[in-house]
Design a protein around this ligand. Structure first.
Ligand SMILES: Cc1ncc(COP(=O)(O)O)c(C=O)c1O
Length: 366
């Protein structure tokens, strides 16, 4: 580590930890990018220097995520939340139905937007189980005539993650992968659309990645505002208007970092190891800590848990904060504790948290 600043044990849910190497490289290049005498942020988005950064990020994402040639990669703005709107706006009509699998608050929000544009159905829901699990593939119901089926691959708030994805045949499968994109290899060809806000595994907030199969672009609704049409951005290589240039540069640097880590198989293995030390601290605690998610649906990205005694939970969060662990409070809607262990969170931080949990239990068990 060349920086003299001590790095926090950053378990934030998003925006979240970025690789130190990426931050340091950005720092070095910040004022004078490529010997241009300018910061990248000061350059025209039509300049050669910026275009090279932009196209390189697209190409790297295609290679790293093994995106087939019949897909477009778009860099948009408005967060994953705007995708909740753009997807039905482009692909749903008052006469058609989209089916949503409800696995948490983000899927609920996505469904709410779709209702503004057409008919909707619940393909499955685990709400009754307080979103502790992902439904089994057999539970998912949809019709051959559906405009699409929507899922949320990782539920940031509840800490659950799909291990296997449904096969939807001719019906387009759409996935919000905001909180686990690039955490593992994925068979992109199963999906018509994958989208993700960048601020967890991809870079800083401000960029939204959309991976969309080209044939869908031809089928999209046309009577919608220019900026909200996928075709507008696909036709212009995401340069129809000014893109978030610095965010896209950072995304490109994060992709290089993932490549240097050994790609997605290696990243997945590291993520499994990182999550395991924390889940082990929960599972070996004899109920002092307990997880929210059912074991088979546990997320490798967001580890949600409680301290069985409510007073002790407050003490745990306060002492953890004191000890330098950042972002361990559960989402404001559910409370409890959550450790987000995205790609850039090092194993050492997870091990340190697990050690802290064991020590806290020893000191506080009644
Ligand atoms: C799974 C998921 N979907 C959507 C969102 C909303 O993303 P944004 O803030 O980029 O609109 C989040 C944010 O945390 C998320 O975790």
């Amino acid at each position: 580590m060349s920086t003299t600043t001590k790095r926090a044990y950053n378990f934030n849910a998003g925006p979240s930890a970025l690789p130190l190497e990426v931050l340091e490289k950005a720092q070095q290049e910040l004022v004078n990018f490529n010997n241009t005498g300018m910061a990248l942020m000061e350059m025209s988005h039509r300049s050669k220097d910026y275009e090279a950064v932009h196209n390189d990020a697209v190409a790297r994402l295609k290679a790293l995520f093994a995106i087939p040639d019949n897909y477009e990669v778009l860099f948009l703005q408005g967060g994953a939340s705007l995708q909740f709107t753009m997807i039905p706006m482009n692909f749903l009509t008052p006469e058609t139905t989209a089916s949503y699998v409800l696995t948490g608050s983000w899927s609920e929000k996505a469904l709410k937007e779709a209702k503004l544009f057409g008919q909707t159905a619940q393909a499955a829901s685990t709400k009754e189980n307080n979103y502790r699990n992902i439904p089994s593939l057999e539970e998912i119901k949809f019709n051959d005539t559906d405009a699409y089926v929507h899922i949320t691959s990782n539920n940031t708030i509840y800490g659950t993650q799909w291990k296997e994805f449904p096969t939807t045949g001719e019906v387009t499968l759409v996935a919000d992968m905001s909180s686990d994109i690039l955490s593992r290899p994925v068979d992109v060809s199963k999906f018509g659309i994958i989208y993700a806000g960048a601020q967890k595994n991809l870079g800083p907030s401000g960029v939204t990645v959309v991976i969309i199969r080209k044939d869908l672009l031809e089928k999209a609704n046309t009577n919608i505002p220019t900026m909200l049409k996928y075709t507008t951005h696909a036709d212009a290589n995401s340069l129809y208007n000014t893109p978030p240039t610095f965010g896209i540069y950072m995304l490109g640097e994060v992709l290089k970092w993932v490549e240097n880590k050994g790609g997605l198989e290696a990243i997945e293995k590291q993520n499994e190891e990182k999550a395991k030390v924390i889940y082990d601290a929960i599972d070996n605690s004899n109920g002092f800590y307990y997880g929210h998610a059912t074991p088979e649906s546990r997320s490798l990205m967001n580890i949600t848990f409680r301290v069985a005694d409510e007073e002790l939970e407050k003490k745990f969060l306060a002492e953890a904060k004191e000890a330098g662990f950042v972002g361990l409070n559960g989402h404001r809607s559910v409370g409890g504790c959550r450790a987000s262990t995205y790609n850039a969170v090092p194993f050492e931080a997870c091990q340190a948290l697990a050690n802290f949990m064991v020590e806290f239990q020893k000191n506080n068990q009644k």
